[in-house]
Write a protein that binds this ligand. Structure first.
Ligand code: CA
Length: 222
């Protein structure tokens, strides 16, 4: 847990320990980054507003180094936090302060269930010339590597696994954001738009089609 407010950090640690988690606390971004790099954690709870290095930067640096430890980001209530922008740093989920401890542990459990992908068997998914390998968090189209954030990768993986079929926004939400997602379901549209920009537009493709009023379909052929 990377959190500089000591009372918040110690209260959360006590609660999490009572749930059986083993928790280390870093009280600034630099220390948090270092611990995440040196240690082997199942998940990181990362505050955004931190001394020395903010949470966005910490997350971005970890992802750039290929560290895909699941990150739950804690954001301020009235900050100018843009959800899509925040998740773009590679965070897996976020919670707005103040949050309930019950919600925090539910999100944490969901994140741990999904894991960082490293425990998977290395099998990759393909749809036409689009290839995804969850074990390496790797995506390429026609041999060109495509950089995706953790969440973009999760949305695309789900669509590729169901390629050729219509998937609804609700199904994407359920599979990528979990049942307890309390934000705006239109977040799915945001992600589909971003995926099109990354996997389709640069290649002159239209792999993801919108099925009006129903959802989306990812073409199984290129
Ligand atoms: Ca803080």
């Amino acid at each position: 847990m990377v959190e500089d407010e000591r009372t918040v950090a110690s209260a959360l640690r006590r609660g999490l320990q009572a749930e059986g988690y083993d928790v280390d606390i870093a009280d600034n971004g630099q220390d948090g980054l270092w611990r995440a790099q040196e240690g082997s954690y199942d998940a990181i709870i990362l505050d955004v507003m931190l001394p020395k290095l903010n949470g966005f930067k910490v997350c971005r640096m970890l992802r750039d180094e290929g560290n895909w430890t699941p990150v739950l980001m804690l954001t301020a209530k009235d900050g100018d936090f843009d959800v899509a922008e925040g998740l773009d740093t590679g965070a897996d989920d976020y919670l707005t302060k103040p949050f309930s401890f019950v919600v925090l542990t539910a999100r944490l459990r969901a994140m741990l269930r999904r894991g960082s992908g490293s425990a998977q068997d290395g099998s990759s998914f393909e749809a036409g010339d689009l290839m995804l390998d969850p074990s390496r968090h790797f995506c390429e189209r026609a041999g060109t590597k495509i950089d995706l954030t953790a969440r973009e990768f999760a949305v695309l993986s789900y669509m590729v696994r169901r390629s050729g079929q219509i998937v609804t926004k609700g199904e994407i939400l359920d599979n990528v954001w979990d049942y307890d997602f309390e934000g705006d379901p239109n977040i799915v549209e945001v992600y589909v738009r971003r995926l099109r920009k990354k996997i389709d537009e640069p290649f002159g493709c239209r792999t993801i089609s919108t099925v009006r009023g129903v959802g989306y379909r990812l073409e199984s052929e290129s």
